[in-house]
Design a protein around this ligand. Structure first.
Ligand SMILES: [Zn+2]
Length: 220
C-alpha cells in the first residue's frame, strides 16, 4: 500500500477558517499514527503559512508531527487548504464546480469567488487535466463507501465532479463527514493535491486505512 508523501497529511478539520486562525497553536490537532510504520507520532513544532478566504489573507499555524523510529516529520494541513495554493479548497472548489459543471465561464466564477481570473482559469485547467484520473478515483471511493456507482460521462470534468459528489454523498453517511462539505472532503481524500501539478494518484490514499474520520466528529 502506498503512503502519502512525507511532506503533508491533510486532516479533516471541521473548524471554520476564522476559528482555526483564532485558535493558532491551540487547535486540537489530531495525533496521527505514522503513515510508514503505524507507530504513534508526536507534535514536532510547525510553521505558519497564509491562506486566503473570502478575499482576505490570514496566517494559520500548520503543526508537524514526527515519528521517532522513522525519523520523518509530516505537516498536518487542515482540510480547508490545498497544498501549495493560497486560496481555500472551498474557494477553488466553487470555481471548479461552476465552470467544469458548465454553469458559468471562468471570468464570472472568478468574480464571484473574488480571485484573479488567471488564478481561476488555472484551477479549472488543472482540474480538467486531472479529471479522468479524479473521476475514476472518486467513483471507486464512492463504491467503497457504499454509494451509487458513477458512470463515466463523455465530459471528463463532469464525470470527475459527479464522482466527487457521489463519494462525498456516501461519506456523509459516516459519522462526522457531512458537516465538512464536499471540497474539504475532496482535499482530505487527495492529501490536498486536488489540483496539484505533480501528484500521487489519489486512489493510493483512499483505502480504509487512510480514510480517517473528522476529529473531533461533528454532530450529524
Ligand atoms: Zn514511523
Amino acid at each position: 500500500m502506498a503512503v502519502l508523501s512525507p511532506v503533508a497529511i491533510v486532516w479533516p478539520c471541521p473548524l471554520t477558517v476564522d476559528a482555526y486562525v483564532v485558535a493558532g497553536r491551540q487547535v486540537e490537532f489530531p495525533r496521527l499514527d505514522c503513515p510508514s510504520c503505524g507507530g504513534p507520532m508526536v507534535l514536532w513544532s510547525g510553521y505558519w503559512r497564509h491562506v486566503r478566504a473570502a478575499g482576505r489573507c490570514r496566517r494559520i499555524f500548520v503543526p508537524r508531527e514526527r515519528c521517532g523510529p522513522c525519523r520523518v516529520s509530516h505537516a498536518l494541513l487542515p482540510a480547508f487548504v490545498l497544498a501549495w495554493r493560497l486560496d481555500t479548497a472551498e474557494t477553488a472548489g466553487a470555481v471548479i464546480a461552476g465552470v467544469a459543471g458548465g454553469l458559468c465561464g471562468s471570468r464570472p466564477a472568478a468574480e464571484r469567488a473574488d480571485v484573479p481570473h488567471t488564478t481561476a482559469r488555472g484551477w479549472v485547467r488543472r482540474f480538467g487535466t486531472r479529471a479522468p484520473e479524479l473521476g475514476v478515483a472518486f467513483a471507486a471511493l464512492a463504491v467503497e463507501l457504499g454509494g451509487e456507482p458513477v458512470r463515466p460521462a463523455a465530459d471528463p470534468g463532469r464525470f470527475a465532479l459527479a464522482a466527487i459528489t457521489a463519494a462525498f454523498g456516501a461519506a456523509a453517511a459516516l459519522p462526522g463527514w457531512a458537516g465538512l462539505g464536499v471540497w474539504r472532503f475532496a482535499s482530505s481524500v487527495c492529501g490536498g493535491r486536488l489540483i496539484a501539478a505533480n501528484t500521487t494518484s489519489p486512489w493510493l490514499v483512499v483505502g480504509r486505512r487512510r480514510f480517517m474520520p473528522p476529529v473531533p466528529p461533528l454532530p450529524a
